[in-house]
Each structure stands twice: as structure tokens, then as C-alpha cells.
Design a protein around this ligand. Structure first.
Ligand SMILES: [Zn+2]
Length: 395
């Protein structure tokens, strides 16, 4: 298996299963010279392992919107989210528990590994549930040479699929009849956010490993909840993704200045509540809201899983802006932004400066500042993905 794909898939496995959740028992996966550890999840009341374990033992895993397709030796296994069965070469095979997806990770109940995996590999992969170990290789050639000790293949096997591109959703705050904040010199927030968002998207698109989408690329109003909904629709199952909403701050006191980055949570300070109230007021320009209270609760639960990653990323954004911004660095903050609430991926809202401060207003209007801010935001995206890949490589 291509190590890059393995690293990418393992990075999904490393995503926290939720704040406060107990990490499950570790399993040891040994395949050839490679050994790795992965934690089982008991989030649904039964032990399950991420689909990436199959990659570690040499199966080819591809992600589709409905689930996962695994090529194990000569067998094709289709795995659907929510089903207490898998389909092997077109025939349904029941499982004691259901397959599920969480935080972009597809989990298979342990009985899949115990009951089906050894047979699918003609015994080349051995599963010991008591010792929590999975040993062997699903690849047929590797099985054939197992008896003659380690033989390193001369050529790294070519992956069946190119590594999945990572999705970055760039959201320019406000737009259309919602101007956002206004500066003393007449600057409108919606124009600055669009200019920076366009530059950010252009820089990110130079990286072929990224898929870059903008919620708007012209002066139009997109409802707050639709921005997150668009982001979710663009994301494929299992695809690593980030969401960034670009804004400018404003304060009745014109001396306020600097930059701050928010992730979604209950607002902690009076100032965070003020910014939250202002940004959420965009709703007044929108049509009637959609979704009942239940939709909100579900959204909240799913969002919760990404809190830690969102707060990490917010810190990376602040670190990068510090390198170019006159400041002050107002830090990472928490607030309940409607635009972040529905995004099922790490999401932040960055306030790149105060249009209400005459000096910062001039800066934010300038091409140089817009270019530099966009470049630093792009670097923070790369920082985030590099960190998640590193975390999975070191386990
Ligand atoms: Zn705003």
C-alpha cells in the first residue's frame, strides 16, 4: 500500500471521537515490517475499528458517498453506513452490529474482522480478539513469500486510486444586501472579505492536493446556514476538510484594533458575545429559517466532534497572522456563530482587522495587506493538514 494513502487514511482514524469520550483499547496491527496501533471505538456500545485498519493490512479501500468499497485479495467488499451487514462479491453477509461513520471515519464492528477477514484472505490475516491484534497481509503475493522471511518488493506497489484531495471551503463574510461592518472611510466589510477570500482560494488552488470551493465569489448574499450546508454537500464521505469564514471586525470605539480567530462554542466573554451578535445579525437579511429544533440538536452533536481540531486550527491561523499583522494579537476565542454551527468539519471564523479603526481600515483596503493576509491564511491550511498527517505517521 502506498504509504501516503496509508498516512491519509490513518489521519481520519486519529480524529477525536468527541470531547470527553474515553479512548478505546489499543489494537496492534502488524503487516510485514510495518506495525501500527489503532484505538477501537465503543461509541455505539460495541467495539469497532476504523476502516483504515484494512489499509494497514494491505487491502485497497476507496471511499464513496454511500460507504466504503474494500478490495481484499480477489474479493470485493461493499460497506454501507448504518447497515448490520457487508456485501461480499455481491452476497450479503450479516454482522452482529452496524457499520457507522463518525467524524469522517468509517467504523466496522469487530465481528467483521473476527468472522470475515480471515476467510477473505484465505487465512493470510489472523485476528486475535483477546490480544487485540491483527497480523498478516491481505495481499496475495505477500502471503506467498511469508514463509521465506521478509522479502522487500523492488517496486512500491502502485495505488489503485490517487490520494483523495482535501477539501477547503473558503467563505467570504456577508455580501449582497448584507454589507457587514462599515468603516469611517466608507469601507464595507463584504468587499474586503471577498477580495481576501478570492486571493486565498487562488493561492490554495495552486496546490493540486487541495479541492478549493468558495461559498460565494461575487457580491451576493448566501444565508448563514446555507454556507455550512454547501460545505457539507461538497464534502465526500471520509474526505479531510476545513471551513474558513473571513470577516472584518468593528467596534463603537475606533481605537480597537487587531485580529482574532473564533471557533464554535458558547460565547465566553462579553466581547465575544458582541461579535457573535453582530455576525449572526446577517440573518435579518435572509429568508425564513429552515430546520426544526431536532435538526439543531443533531447539528450540535456532530459539530462537537470537531471542536478540538477547530480550536487547534484557530491557533494556527493566529500564529500565521502574527507574522504579518501590526496587531495586537487578540487571540483565539469562542462564540456561537451561525455560519459555523452546521459545518461537519473543523471550522473557524477569522476577524482579520477592524474596519472601524481608521488605520486598519486603510490597511485592509490595501492590496498588499489583502495579499499577505490571504497568503498567511493559506499557510495555516497547510500547517493544519501537515500536523494531522504527522500525528498519524508518528503513531
Ligand atoms: Zn462579519
Amino acid at each position: 500500500m502506498n504509504p501516503i494513502i496509508t498516512a491519509l487514511l490513518l489521519s481520519f482514524a486519529s480524529a477525536p471521537a468527541g470531547l470527553g469520550a474515553q479512548p478505546g483499547q489499543p489494537w496492534t496491527i502488524e503487516s510485514g515490517p510495518r506495525s501500527s496501533q489503532v484505538n477501537e471505538s465503543t461509541a455505539r456500545g460495541y467495539a469497532a475499528l476504523p476502516a483504515s485498519v484494512l489499509v494497514s493490512v494491505g487491502a485497497e479501500v476507496s471511499y464513496a458517498r454511500e460507504g466504503v468499497v474494500v478490495q481484499v485479495g480477489a474479493h470485493q467488499v461493499a460497506v454501507a453506513n448504518g447497515a448490520a451487514q457487508v456485501t461480499v462479491d455481491g452476497t450479503a453477509r450479516p454482522l452482529a452490529h452496524a457499520v457507522y461513520a463518525e467524524s469522517g471515519v468509517v467504523f466496522l464492528p469487530v465481528d467483521f474482522f473476527r468472522e470475515l477477514l480471515p476467510g477473505l484472505t484465505d487465512g493470510r490475516v489472523r485476528v486475535d480478539v483477546a490480544r487485540r491484534s491483527i497480523r498478516g497481509s491481505a495481499a496475495r503475493q505477500a502471503g506467498a513469500v511469508a514463509a521465506t522471511e521478509e522479502v522487500t518488493p523492488a517496486v512500491e506497489p502502485v495505488p489503485m486510486r490517487a490520494p483523495q484531495r482535501k477539501l477547503v471551503v473558503v467563505d467570504a463574510g456577508h455580501g449582497g444586501r448584507d454589507p457587514g461592518a462599515s468603516g469611517p472611510g466608507g469601507t464595507r466589510e463584504k468587499n474586503v472579505t471577498l477580495a481576501v477570500a478570492r486571493r486565498l482560494a487562488a493561492i490554495l488552488r495552486e496546490d493540486p492536493s487541495l479541492e478549493v470551493r468558495m461559498t460565494r465569489d461575487r457580491d451576493t448574499l448566501i444565508a448563514l446556514h446555507d454556507r455550512a450546508r454547501l460545505a457539507n454537500r461538497w464534502r465526500d464521505e471520509g474526505q479531510p476538510a476545513l471551513f474558513i469564514s473571513v470577516h472584518c471586525n468593528a467596534n463603537p470605539s475606533r481605537s480597537e484594533k487587531g485580529y482574532e480567530t473564533y471557533f464554535l462554542a458558547e460565547a465566553r466573554t462579553a466581547d465575544a458575545r458582541r461579535v457573535e451578535a453582530f455576525e449572526n445579525a446577517s440573518v435579518k437579511y435572509e429568508e425564513a429559517p429552515v430546520g426544526g429544533p431536532m435538526a439543531f440538536i443533531l447539528t450540535d452533536l456532530r459539530q462537537n466532534q470537531h471542536l478540538r481540531e477547530s480550536s487547534d486550527w484557530a491557533q494556527l491561523v493566529q500564529n500565521r497572522l502574527r507574522e504579518i499583522h501590526p496587531g495586537p494579537n487578540r487571540g483565539v476565542k469562542q462564540a456561537g456563530f451561525a455560519v459555523l454551527r452546521g459545518a461537519f468539519m473543523p471550522a473557524v471564523l477569522v476577524e482579520i482587522g477592524f474596519v472601524s479603526n481608521p488605520t486598519e481600515e486603510r490597511l485592509l483596503n490595501g492590496e498588499e495587506m489583502q495579499r499577505e493576509v490571504a497568503a498567511q491564511l493559506a499557510r495555516s491550511v497547510h500547517d493544519f493538514f501537515a500536523r494531522t498527517q504527522q500525528a498519524s505517521a508518528s503513531r
